[in-house]
Design a protein around this ligand. Structure first.
Ligand code: SF4
Ligand code: SF4
Length: 332
């Protein structure tokens, strides 16, 4: 195996040093079992994870739990749900103690006077028509008003097969409200007709995502290698899936041999006791999983296999940089 410094020039070495200083230990929290939408394809509701636990409502218990998580070594709290902003006191309790990212549908505005720097990832599932089909309303119309120009917010664009050839207007309208966008792919957990990926569609969307990245470099937070990984499910000859997934809750991980994985990662249910299997749907078939964060982490925990060539290592660095930007560890 080659050394990092022998593979990289000075610029890339500096970029490598910047991201290798980060020592991110994330976990994921179901802040609530409720949501003000019911999207078709939502992994949380489709897998009945909202019924897995009785939601803890005592804020003192949340605060004590957060202290235990800090002691456990967590230094990045990723808040999901349900819709976390329905329980702003819980969101604030995390934000006061930890670097915190909040995934939201954007219908409720985070009060910036209380949470000025919290990174907010706003979901968007496509153009107005697709959003109405899958989510019952055009969420962008509301969320863009709530977050226009917010330096600590970006759109998390879940692309469906119906979006092929139609992503550019979505990227443009996000750019026009002064926000960034990160792209991921729908896993279609509820098998909505026409929304499952076919191999040729994955090839097409990979090219389109590359094109969007090239054209809208100031708006799109992504990397070509990430596009390759999520559309092919392959990384240097290895295939993504249960045997390789890094985002499995550590105390539940009984895989043998154990793959390289996120250290101390747990996804907690809203009762603060039950743990879910992984970062996404408990019932999802891993062979169809398109989870963007899991694929990104898969690259990140496998640095060593990217040490055979300068291009492989640069790809690895770019994915780490993308992750660090999305969680505000380095600037856009
Ligand atoms: S907004 Fe998010 S949590 Fe709520 S139903 Fe839609 S995907 Fe699920
Ligand atoms: S569903 Fe996806 S994130 Fe969950 S264990 Fe399977 S591959 Fe990993």
């Amino acid at each position: 195996m080659k050394t990092v410094s022998s593979l990289l020039n000075d610029d890339w070495n500096e970029r490598y040093r910047r991201i290798s200083r980060l020592n991110i230990r994330s976990s994921i929290y179901d802040v609530t079992d409720h949501c003000n939408l019911r999207c078709k394809g939502c992994f949380f509701f489709s897998s009945n994870e909202h019924k897995a636990a009785k939601e803890e409502t005592d804020i003192k218990k949340w605060k004590a739990f957060i202290e235990r998580e800090i002691e456990r070594g967590v230094n990045l709290a990723i808040l999901i749900g349900g819709e976390p902003t329905l329980c702003m006191d819980r969101v604030e309790a995390f934000y006061r103690r930890l670097p915190t990212f909040c995934a939201t549908n954007g219908l409720i505005k985070v009060p910036r006077e209380r949470l000025p720097h919290m990174m907010v990832g706003i979901s968007i599932w496509g153009d107005e028509k697709t959003e109405k089909t899958l989510r019952g309303k055009d969420t962008f119309a509301l969320s863009s008003k709530n977050y226009e120009g917010d330096p600590h917010a970006y759109y998390l664009y879940t692309i469906t097969p119906k979006q092929i050839g139609k992503t550019e207007p979505v990227i443009k309208k996000i750019r026009d409200v002064g926000l960034k966008v990160h792209m991921q792919l729908l896993s279609n957990d509820e098998k909505v007709d026409g929304f499952s990926w076919r191999p040729e569609e994955l090839k097409d969307i990979r090219m389109e995502m590359d094109d969007m990245l090239d054209k809208y470099q100031d708006t799109v937070i992504s990397s070509r290698y990430y596009h390759e990984i999520i559309t092919t499910g392959k990384m240097l000859g290895r295939s993504f899936g249960w045997a390789e997934c890094p985002s499995v809750t550590e105390p539940l991980d009984n895989r043998e041999p154990r793959p390289r994985r996120l250290i101390n990662f747990i996804r907690w249910a809203s009762d603060l006791k039950i743990m879910h299997r992984c970062c996404t749907s408990e019932t999802r078939d891993c062979t169809t999983c398109k989870d963007g964060a899991a694929h990104m982490s898969w690259v990140m925990v496998n640095k060593r296999m990217h040490m055979n060539s300068a291009r492989d290592l640069q790809n690895w660095i770019e994915v780490c940089e993308m992750f660090a930007k999305l969680y505000q560890f380095i600037p856009w």
